[in-house]
Ligand binder design. Sequence first.
Ligand code: BJW
Ligand code: ZN
Length: 258
Amino acid sequence: MSEEQLERAADVLARARRVVALSGAGVSRESGVPTFREAGDGLWENYPIEEVATPEALHGNPRRVWEFYEMRRANMASVEPNPGHYALAAMEPLYEEFTIATQNIDGLHQKAGSTDVIEVHGSLWRARCLSGCGREIYPFPYPAPAVPPPCECGGILRPAVVLFGESLPHEEFRSATIAATRADVALSLGTSSAVWPAAGIPLITQEAGGFLIEINPEPTDLTPRFDVSLRGPTGEILPDLLERVKRRRAESAGRDGE
Ligand code: BJW
Ligand code: ZN
């Protein structure tokens, strides 16, 4: 990755007041959480989408869908945030607004200390009634009492995550859209930018005149749209960017004080 691109990103981030970050599975990769679409160990290679991640699967075979999410919840019990999550948490106080719209359902941004986190694809730690009584349980403890777990209304619970073909939670998507509209800079972090409408969140910032930075070891569907693309793992690049931004801020504070 070029030093010039890193410096350009650091310059823009040092001058920004409001930032929105869209995060994806790649951000948790260095914590040991598998991604969805990577060759070799991507989740969808071993768990076909139509069997575990659609409303049809949930209604047709809720046990199978729950087994998939219980497996993910079991893995998460031993997982910790990585330097990428911690760098994002450390960036938050440097800005007037620093909002993370995350597609991840693992809760690792919050665990690292970020406080302005919008979970646009739901959470592994939330369950809600599939039978429509409106009950929601948070935190939903691991392991589930049964698979599928019963709801008090006599129906069953479902994981509160967004499956293919389902709408994103209205309030969360609205908040993410507002944050993206207000941001001077959007960061797209560890996501293939293949799943919509979440992938479009940084583009909202661009349409409003903001600057787009992508961090990913690989090019993505939206790479041509970004102003700067930094090639590498978020666990290495985000801590480096944080240091560069802090140095610039300290230098300009020094100049202002002269
Ligand atoms: C690293 C790294 C390191 C590795 N550091 N990086 C417009 C166009 C086309 C289709 C659609 C459209 N609008 C809607 C659709 C349909 C559909 C969709 O997008 N389909 C596409 C796949 C074609 N979207 C939907 O169905 C959405 N709902 C919706 O639109 O409702 C309205 C509607 C209804 C009906 C019809 C039309 C509209 C809902 C999408 C829900 C997605 N749900 C999932 C699973 C639930 C949560 C869970 O189980 O975890 O969400 S799917 C899965 O993909 C998960 C993720 O959040 C999401 C995104 O994946 P992500 O995070 O990008 O992971 P990967 O694996 O794809 O990429 C990892 C990246 O990390 C890679 O790029 C690596 O290089 C990188 N990486 N190591 C940094 N160390
Ligand atoms: Zn119920």
